[in-house]
Design a protein around this ligand. Structure first.
Ligand SMILES: C[S@@+](CC[C@H](N)C(=O)[O-])C[C@H]1O[C@@H](n2cnc3c(N)ncnc32)[C@H](O)[C@@H]1O
Length: 203
């Protein structure tokens, strides 16, 4: 095995031990609609995709490159899911992805990186891709989050009423707000202001 292949294998093994998000499990457990197609928006290294594929979904994960959080997310996912016929990995952004009809759309810790100026249109495309009875699960960022004003990336920060307004065509299953000091995944102190939402699309 050459050095590059060995490194890939090491990296893959480390990443594949990362668990899927509890919000994804909550959403999948409540998904009663017939369409067993899922989209993982800003999939990162694919933990949620792996979980949904394991549940029998046909999964469309996508992510943008380059992005410093996961600069090789798509390469990693292509490697990770290369032998899964039910997983179709794409390089794409929230704004450009061609959303297929889906029963489940996941956007964990990702959608707040969407381009704010076109977010209304992006959100319409996401909501319209969900079949009636389909479920959206994901996170949004509030204005009091440290990243809302001081991130290397443009953040699509939304007030609570703006997040609620996105779900007028949905029934909310779970809506929680986190507004407290905490840590990043790399252990740095940071104030978090986020909303976690799981909602069912009405017909
Ligand atoms: C914090 S990571 C979360 C990854 C994954 N959803 C998870 O929960 O592990 C945010 C992800 O959003 C992706 N991302 C950022 N901007 C994006 C965009 N405009 N379109 C698609 N993905 C984007 C990043 O590349 C990164 O993989």
């Amino acid at each position: 095995m050459d050095k590059n292949t060995a490194l890939w294998r090491q990296y893959y093994e480390r990443v594949s031990r990362q668990p899927h998000h509890p919000l994804t499990e909550f959403a999948a457990a409540r998904h009663a609609a017939t369409c067993r197609v899922a989209i993982d928006c800003g999939c990162g290294t694919g933990s949620d995709t792996a979980y949904l594929s394991h549940l029998g979904y046909r999964v469309h994960p996508f992510d943008i490159n380059p992005f410093d959080i996961n600069p090789d997310a798509i390469d990693l996912c292509r490697h990770r899911f290369g032998h899964h016929p039910g997983v179709e990995v794409s390089l794409g952004s929230f704004e450009s992805f061609d959303y297929p009809r889906a029963g489940l759309i996941i956007a964990n810790a990702s959608l707040y990186f969407a381009e704010p100026t076109s977010f209304a249109d992006t959100w319409l495309r996401i909501a319209d891709a969900l079949e009636s009875g389909g479920i959206f699960a994901g996170h949004f960022m509030g204005p009091e989050d440290d990243w809302a004003s001081a991130s290397r990336h443009t953040i699509n920060a939304l007030a609570r009423h703006q997040v609620e307004a996105l779900f007028t065509r949905f029934d909310i299953l779970r809506f929680s707000e986190r507004n407290e000091p905490g840590q990043t995944a790399l252990g740095k102190s940071k104030h978090w202001h986020t909303y976690s939402v799981v909602a069912v699309r009405r017909g």
